[in-house]
Design a protein around this ligand. Structure first.
Ligand SMILES: Cc1ncc(COP(=O)(O)O)c(C=O)c1O
Length: 385
C-alpha cells in the first residue's frame, strides 16, 4: 500500500465499477443491449482512463462515449480500442483527425452536416434527436431535411440514432413515453427513406433502471457505473456500490474546555470539556463546504459529525472526552470503513444536490489510487494500463 503520510487521498474501486456494470447488464438484454459506457468529464471525476480500460479489458464493454474530442483522443492513446462517440460539437479538423482514430461524432446541427458534405469529409456519426431535452440535437421537424441531405452522399457514415431523456429519474413520469414516441416517429421516417442506422440508444441510468429498453441496441449509463442513483433521494432497483472513497487522517487531537468555538465563524461551540480531532481534509480536496456542521466522517468504524465550518484543508470533529482516537488514524469522509459507508448520494442529499456533482468535484490535485482485486493497478502518476 502507498503511504500517503497525513495527506488526503482518493481511492477508486475498479471492482465496484465491474460490480455495477454487472448490475446494469442484469437489466439489459444480452442479445440486443450492449453497453455504451458514459465516461465523459473524466468519468464523472473518477478517472476515465483507468475506468474505461477496466470496463473494456475486464468487463467486455465495447463502446464508450465522452463529451469532447480531446477526451476521446486521451482514451484512444491510453489503449482503448472500442469505438468512442463524442457527444458534443466538434471542429472540422477534429472530424478529419477522428476518422483514422475510429472516433464517432454526433450530428447535433443540420449546418454541421452541410459542412461535412461540402468539405467531402469522411465521418462516422450518430444523429442526436432532440425529443424533449432542449439542449443539443436536431428537432423532429428537421429530420426530413436531414434525410434529404444525406441521400446519395458517400463518405458520411450514418451509424446511429439517439436521444437523451430529460426526466427519467422522476417517478411515474410520462415524459419518457412522450420522448420515446417522438424518437419512434423519427426512426420510422428515417427508415422509410431507406436509411438504416445500426445503433439506437436512449437509456441513461434512470431510463434503463425504470423503463423498457427493448427497442435500443445500446444502453448509455453513466452514474450507475459509478455507484450512485440518478436522484439520491429515491430508491432505484439496482444494488449499486459506490466506487469513490475520500480518505485522510487525524493530524491533531486536543482537549478543550466548554464554550470553545471551532472553525471559521465559530458556529460550533463545545458544550462540555471534550476532545477535538483535526483532520487533513477540506473543500480543496472535494469535501463540500455544505457539510459544515452537518456531514459525518468515519473513524475506527464510528460516525462523527463535522464540527463547525469545513475549511480549505481541514475539518474538525468533536470526538468526546475519552475518544481512543489518535494522530494518524484513518478518516473516511466518503466511502466504506468497516460495515458502514458514507455514499456520495448521502452527501448529495445533505446539500440538496446530486451524486454526479459530488463526484465531479473530487479533488484533481490529491493522490489517487485505483484498486482491482485488492491491488493498486493505477495511480495518479499514470502508471498501470
Ligand atoms: C447524452 C448523455 N447520455 C447519457 C448520459 C448518462 O446519464 P446518467 O449518468 O444519468 O446515466 C449523460 C449524462 O449526463 C448524457 O449527457
Amino acid at each position: 500500500m502507498i503511504n500517503f503520510g497525513f495527506s488526503p487521498h482518493i481511492e477508486i474501486s475498479l471492482d465496484n465499477v465491474l460490480h455495477n456494470l454487472k448490475q446494469i447488464q442484469s437489466l439489459a438484454n444480452p442479445h440486443r443491449n450492449d453497453i455504451m459506457a458514459v465516461v465523459k468529464d473524466d468519468a464523472y471525476g473518477c478517472g476515465a482512463v483507468p475506468i474505461a480500460n477496466t470496463l473494456e479489458k475486464h468487463g467486455g464493454v465495447r463502446f464508450f462515449t465522452v463529451a469532447r474530442f480531446q477526451e476521446a483522443c486521451t482514451l484512444r492513446n491510453s489503449g482503448i480500442t472500442s469505438p468512442i462517440l463524442v457527444l458534443g460539437k466538434s471542429t472540422l479538423e477534429q472530424i478529419k483527425e477522428g476518422w483514422n482514430k475510429r472516433i464517432v461524432f454526433t450530428l447535433n446541427d443540420l449546418s454541421d452536416l452541410k459542412e461535412w458534405i461540402s468539405n467531402q469529409l469522411e465521418v462516422r456519426f450518430h444523429l442526436n434527436v432532440d425529443t424533449g431535452m432542449g439542449r443539443l440535437g436536431l428537432l423532429p421537424s428537421e429530420i426530413a431535411t436531414f434525410c434529404e441531405q444525406l441521400k446519395f452522399i458517400s463518405g458520411i457514415h450514418f451509424e446511429g440514432v439517439f436521444t437523451h431523456m430529460a426526466r427519467a429519474d422522476e417517478p411515474n413520469t410520462q415524459s419518457v413515453d412522450r420522448q420515446l414516441s417522438i424518437l419512434r416517429q423519427a426512426l420510422a421516417y428515417i427508415r422509410s427513406q431507406g436509411l438504416s442506422p445500426q445503433h439506437i440508444h436512449f437509456g441513461n441510468s434512470a431510463t434503463l433502471m425504470r423503463f423498457d429498453i427493448k427497442e435500443s441496441t445500446l444502453v448509455r449509463p453513466g452514474i450507475a457505473l459509478y455507484g450512485c442513483n440518478p436522484d439520491p433521494a429515491q430508491k432505484f432497483p439496482l444494488n449499486l456500490r459506490p466506487i469513490a472513497s475520500l480518505k485522510s487522517t487525524v493530524v491533531k487531537v486536543k482537549q478543550v474546555p466548554p464554550e470553545t468555538e471551532i472553525s471559521y465563524g465559530g458556529n460550533y461551540k463545545t458544550s462540555s470539556t471534550t476532545c477535538i480531532a483535526t483532520i487533513a481534509l477540506g473543500y480543496a480536496h472535494g469535501l463540500p463546504r455544505f457539510l459544515s456542521n452537518r456531514g459525518e466522517v468515519l473513524i475506527k468504524g464510528k460516525r462523527y459529525r463535522i464540527a463547525g465550518n469545513v475549511t480549505m484543508d481541514y475539518i474538525m470533529v468533536d470526538v468526546g472526552i475519552d475518544p481512543h482516537i489518535s494522530v494518524g488514524d484513518e478518516v473516511v469522509a466518503m466511502g466504506f470503513q468497516g460495515d458502514d459507508c458514507i455514499s456520495p448520494d448521502e452527501i448529495a442529499c445533505l446539500g440538496n444536490t446530486i451524486g454526479y456533482e459530488v463526484l465531479c468535484h473530487l479533488g484533481p490535485n490529491i493522490d489517487r489510487i485505483y484498486l482491482l482485486n485488492d491491488s493498486i493497478v493505477f495511480n495518479e502518476k499514470g502508471s498501470g494500463f
